[in-house]
Design a protein around this ligand. Structure first.
Ligand SMILES: Nc1nc2c(c(=O)[nH]1)N[C@H]1C(S)=C(S)[C@@H](COP(=O)(O)OP(=O)(O)OC[C@H]3O[C@@H](n4cnc5c(=O)[nH]c(N)nc54)[C@H](O)[C@@H]3O)O[C@H]1N2
Ligand SMILES: Nc1nc2c(c(=O)[nH]1)N[C@H]1C(S)=C(S)[C@@H](COP(=O)(O)OP(=O)(O)OC[C@H]3O[C@@H](n4cnc5c(=O)[nH]c(N)nc54)[C@H](O)[C@@H]3O)O[C@H]1N2
Ligand code: SF4
Ligand SMILES: [Mo]
Length: 758
C-alpha cells in the first residue's frame, strides 16, 4: 500500500514543497505539491529524483570507526566513544583552536545544521571555523555587515513585482536561484518579461538565463566591480540619483560620489570589455525604471573584488531609491527571525577581530577562509597551534575548495578527524569516525536560513515522511551528541543541549523590554512549549517569539508550532514589505554608504582598470541536474549534457588547435587536469568554463556510480592563494589558465586522470 507524504525539498535554495509517494519505507515518486503556498507545484529534475537520492545504496547505514588503519562499521556508542577519546585530548592539550570545524553547504538545508553548529561552536570556543561561505557568499555578508550593521541582512530582489532586473553572475535557470529563494525562478523571470518588465544579464557565458534576457552583457570575468562603479559614476554625473524615502536613513552618499569620481565608463571599458555607451545605458535604464532591482550572485562574489561588487550592488539599489521598496530589493521577514527590536543604533559590524595563524587572514563573521584550511593544518610556523583535530559536517572541501591535493595530504596528517556525512567520499575517507545522518525522507524540514532570503514571506514545516529506521540516529541527535562528546560531557543526555538553549533564549527574552514575554518567568514559558522532541520545541520557541508569533499568549492569533502543523502546505505571510530603519544595526543607526574598509579597498579596484589577462581565464558553471560535489552518484542526475567538459569558444579552439570531444590539458596556478573539450559559443572568446564538484577518482571512497565517470577536480587548478581580501572569499572565477591539446594517446598520470569516454 502506498501513501503520500509532504516534504520540503532540501536540494537547493528554492525550497519547493514536494508530494512524495511512499511504499513502506521507500520513496518511490516525488512531484511538486500543488497546494504548497510558495512553490505551487513547481519541481525540477533534482526534486523529482528525491527517491533515488534518498535510497542511494551507497549511503552509509551505520557509523564507521577507523581501526588498524581501516574504516569499519561500528555502533553509535562505539562511534561517540571514539570521538570523545580522539578529540578531547587535543582540545585539552593544545587548546580549543587546535580543533577545527568545517561546515559545508547542506547545513543550510537541514534542521540539524541550523540548530546545532552554533551550540557546538559556542561550547568548544574554537576560532578555527571554516565554512562553504568563503567559497561562496562571504562578500555579500561583509558588505551587508558594513552597510547595514548586520551580516545577515541581505536584501532580495522583489522578483514578482519589479519592472527591471539587472542580474549579474547568476544563472538561476540552472541553479534555481541563490540568496534569493524563489521556487520556479525561471517562471518568475518569464512573468517579469510577460508583464512588460526588462531583464538584463551580465555573464561571460551566454547562459540559459542570458538567453531569456532582453540584453546580455558578456563581461570579462572578475571585472563586475568596475562596471558597477562606473554605473554609480554615471548616476551622479547625470544627476540620476534619487534616494526617495530612503534619504533620512542613509549617510555618506556625497562621499560615495567623491570616492568613485575617477571610475568613468570610459576608464573601465577596456578592462571589462564593455563599451562606455553600454555602461551608461545600463545606469540610465536602472534609474528610469519605475522600480528596479540589481541582483548579483556567485559570479560576482568569487572574484578578487567580491566585497566591492557586493557593496556596489546595494549602492546602486540605494541611489536609485529601490532599496526597501516594493519592486526593488527588500529585507524579508522570516517567522523564525528574532523578535524585532525597536529601530536605533546597534553595535555595528567589525572585521578582523582575529586573524588566521599562518597567512594572517582577517576573520569575517567569525570565520577564516576555507582556502586557508590546508595551511592551518600542515604549517607549523605562525603563532599558536596548528589545527590537529577536525570536525567536518556536510562538507567536501577536498573537491569544493582550492587545491584538494594539498588538503588531502593535510587531512591525512591530522591527529583525529570526524565527518558527519552520509557518504564515504573524497573528504570523509580521511576521518577516524564517520557519523552518517539518515536519508532526507527520515528527517524533518524547515528552512531557517532560506526563509530569510525568500521573495515572499511564508512559513512551512514538514515532519519526517518516513519514520526513523532501526539503527538510524536523527542528525539533530548526532550533532547534539557530537557537541557533548567534544566538550567533555560525553554520555550526557543529548536532550540537555536543547533544554539549555531553550533556557538561555527565554532567559534573554524575558529581560528584553521589547519582547512580548518581557518580565515573565522563563520556566513557565518553557512548560508551554509543544513539539515531539527538542528540535521541535526549539522551533516552537522561535516561532512564538518571532515577528508573527503568539508571544506565548500576548498575541493569541499568532504563530505557534501547533498552528503551523495544522497547515501542512504552509502559511503565506504576504509579499515583502518595507522595513527600514528597523533592520539597521550600524553604530549610526543609518545605512553607512561608504564604510571605511570599503573605501580603503578602492585604490586596489582603481589599479584593476589597467590589468588585462595575458591569456585565457577560467570560469565555472552549474548544471540543473547537479549540485556541487555530492549528486554525481545518482544515475538519473548524471549523463546527457551533465558532463565535466571544458567549454571553449570556437575562435579559441581554432587558434589553439583544439577539437570538440578531444582531450585538453588545462594548467592553472595550482596544478593541471585533462578533460574533454566542448567547443561552444556559449562562452565568450578568451574564457573557458569547467564545472566544479567532479574528480571522484580518489581511492577509499564509496560512491560507485560517481567513480565510474569521475570527471576532474577544477579546484586543483587553484593554489588557494587568491582571495578577496576583505571577506577571505576564494577566487574561483577569472583564473588564468593555459591549454594544451592532447592527441588522446598521451600516457595518463595521477594528475591527468582518465578521460571519460564520450
Ligand atoms: N570551482 C568552484 N568551486 C566551488 C564553487 C564554484 O562555483 N566553483 N561553488 C562553491 C559553493 S557556492 C559552495 S556552497 C561549495 C559547496 O561545497 P561543500 O560545502 O563542500 O558542499 P558539497 O560539495 O555540496 O558537499 C556536501 C557534503 O555534504 C554531504 N551531505 C549531503 N546531505 C547531507 C545531510 O543531510 N547531512 C550531512 N551531514 N551531510 C550531507 C555530502 O555527502 C557532501 O559530502 O562549493 C564551492 N566550490
Ligand atoms: N543545479 C545546481 N543548482 C545549484 C547548485 C549546483 O551546483 N547545481 N549549487 C547551489 C549553490 S551552493 C549555489 S551558491 C548557487 C549558485 O547560484 P548561481 O549564483 O546562480 O550560480 P551559477 O549557476 O554558478 O551562476 C554563476 C554565473 O556567473 C558567471 N560568472 C563567472 N564569473 C563571472 C564574473 O566574473 N562576472 C559575472 N558577471 N559572471 C560571472 C558564470 O558564467 C555563471 O553563469 O546554486 C545552487 N544551486
Ligand atoms: S528547484 Fe530546488 S528545491 Fe525545487 S525541486 Fe528542484 S532541487 Fe528541489
Ligand atoms: Mo553555494
Amino acid at each position: 500500500m502506498s501513501r503520500t507524504a509532504l516534504r520540503i525539498c532540501p536540494l537547493c535554495e528554492a525550497t519547493c514543497g514536494l508530494t512524495l509517494t511512499v511504499d513502506g519505507t521507500a520513496v518511490t515518486a516525488a512531484r511538486g505539491d500543488r497546494d504548497d503556498v510558495f512553490s505551487r507545484g513547481f519541481v525540477c529534475p533534482k526534486g523529482a529524483s528525491f527517491g533515488a537520492l534518498d535510497s542511494d545504496p551507497d549511503r552509509l547505514r551505520t557509523p564507521l570507526v577507523r581501526r588498524d588503519g581501516a574504516l569499519r562499521e561500528a555502533t553509535w556508542e562505539e562511534a561517540f566513544d571514539a570521538v570523545a577519546a580522539g578529540v578531547r585530548p587535543v582540545a585539552e592539550r593544545y587548546g580549543p583552536h587546535a580543533v577545527g570545524i568545517v561546515l559545508g553547504n547542506p547545513n543550510v538545508h537541514t534542521v540539524a545544521g541550523a540548530l546545532y553548529p552554533p551550540v557546538l561552536l559556542g561550547a568548544l570556543g574554537t576560532r578555527s571555523l571554516f565554512t562553504a561561505s568563503t567559497l561562496d557568499q562571504m562578500p555579500k555578508h561583509v558588505s551587508s555587515g558594513l552597510l547595514f550593521g548586520d551580516a545577515n541582512a541581505i536584501p532580495v530582489p522583489d522578483l514578482d513585482r519589479t519592472d527591471h532586473l539587472l542580474l549579474i553572475g547568476a544563472n538561476p535557470l540552472e541553479s534555481n536561484g541563490s540568496l534569493c529563494t524563489a521556487p520556479d525562478f525561471p517562471g518568475r523571470l518569464r512573468a517579469l518579461r510577460a508583464r512588460g518588465g526588462t531583464l538584463t544579464v551580465v555573464d561571460p557565458r551566454r547562459t540559459r538565463t542570458a538567453r531569456l534576457a532582453d540584453r546580455h552583457v558578456a563581461i570579462r570575468p572578475g571585472t563586475d566591480a568596475l562596471l558597477l562603479a562606473a554605473m554609480v559614476h554615471v548616476l551622479y554625473e547625470e544627476d540620476l540619483t534619487d534616494l526617495g524615502a530612503l534619504a533620512p536613513h542613509v549617510a555618506g552618499a556625497d562621499e560615495v560620489r567623491d570616492a568613485l569620481r575617477h571610475f568613468t565608463p570610459e576608464s573601465v571599458a577596456a578592462a571589462c570589455d564593455v563599451d562606455a555607451g553600454a555602461t551608461r545605458a545600463l545606469a540610465r535604464e536602472l534609474a528610469a525604471a519605475p522600480t528596479a532591482a540589481v541582483y548579483a550572485r556567485i559570479g560576482s562574489c568569487t572574484v578578487p573584488h567580491g566585497t566591492l561588487a557586493s557593496w556596489l550592488v546595494d549602492v546602486l539599489n540605494i541611489l536609485t531609491g529601490n532599496l526597501d521598496r516594493p519592486g526593488g530589493a527588500l529585507f524579508p521577514q522570516a517567522a523564525t527571525d528574532r523578535t524585532p527590536r525597536p529601530a536605533g543604533p546597534g553595535r555595528g559590524f567589525r572585521l578582523g577581530r582575529w586573524h588566521s595563524r599562518v597567512s594572517a587572514h582577517p576573520e569575517a563573521k567569525g570565520e577564516l577562509p576555507l582556502s586557508a584550511l590546508a595551511e592551518e593544518i600542515d604549517t607549523a610556523t605562525g603563532t599558536g597551534e596548528p589545527v590537529r583535530a577536525l570536525l567536518t559536517v556536510a562538507a567536501n572541501p577536498v573537491l569544493s575548495a582550492p587545491d584538494g591535493d594539498r588538503l588531502d595530504k593535510a587531512l591525512d596528517s591530522l591527529d583525529f578527524m570526524v565527518s558527519v556525512d552520509p557518504y564515504l567520499n573524497e573528504t570523509s575517507r580521511h576521518a577516524h569516525v564517520v557519523l552518517p545522518p539518515p536519508p532526507p525522507a527520515q528527517s524533518p524540514h524547515h528552512d531557517f536560513a532560506f526563509n530569510t532570503l525568500a521573495v515572499r514571506n511564508q512559513v512551512r514545516y514538514t515532519r519526517p515522511a518516513v519514520p526513523l529506521q532501526p539503527g538510524r540516529m536523527a542528525e539533530t541527535e548526532i550533532l547534539a551528541r557530537l557537541t557533548l562528546a567534544v566538550t567533555g560531557r560525553h554520555g550526557a543526555d543529548p536532550a540537555a543541549v536543547d533544554t539549555m538553549v531553550i533556557e538561555q533564549t527565554l532567559g534573554r527574552a524575558v529581560r528584553e523590554p521589547h519582547s512580548p514575554v518581557h518580565g515573565r518567568d522563563p520556566a513557565d514559558l518553557a512548560a508551554l512549549l509543544t513539539g515531539e522532541d527538542g528540535p521541535e520545541r526549539r522551533l516552537d520557541l522561535m516561532l512564538r517569539l518571532g515577528p508573527y508569533g503568539d508571544g506565548f499568549g500576548a498575541r493569541p492569533d499568532g504563530l505557534t508550532l501547533q498552528r503551523l502543523l495544522a497547515h501542512p502546505h504552509g502559511i503565506d505571510l504576504g509579499p515583502l514589505r518595507p522595513r527600514l530603519p528597523q533592520p539597521l544595526r550600524t553604530r549610526s543607526g543609518k545605512v553607512e554608504l561608504l564604510p571605511e574598509p570599503v573605501a580603503a579597498d578602492l585604490p586596489r579596484l582603481a589599479r584593476a582598470r589597467d590589468e588585462r589577462p595575458a591569456g585565457l581565464v577560467l570560469v565555472g558553471r552549474r548544471h540543473l541536474r547537479s549540485n556541487n560535489s555530492w549528486m554525481h552518484n545518482i544515475p538519473a542526475l548524471t549523463g546527457g549534457s551533465n558532463r565535466c567538459t571544458l567549454h571553449v569558444h570556437p575562435d579559441d579552439a581554432d587558434r589553439l588547435g583544439l577539437r570538440d570531444a578531444r582531450p585538453v590539458r588545462v594548467k592553472g596556478p595550482g596544478g593541471e587536469v585533462t578533460v574533454p573539450a566542448e567547443v561552444t559559443d556559449s562562452v565568450r572568446p578568451g574564457v573557458v568554463s569547467l564545472p566544479h564538484g567532479w574528480g571522484h577518482d580518489r581511492p577509499g571512497t564509496r560512491t560507485r556510480h560517481a567513480a565510474a565517470d569521475p570527471g576532474v577536480n577544477v579546484n586543483q587548478l587553484l593554489d588557494g592563494s587568491a582571495l578577496d581580501p576583505l571577506s577571505g572569499n576564494a577566487v574561483l572565477n577569472g583564473v588564468p589558465v593555459e591549454l594544451t591539446p592532447l592527441t588522446g594517446t598521451e600516457r595518463r598520470t595521477a594528475a591527468t586522470p582518465a578521460v571519460p569516454t564520450l
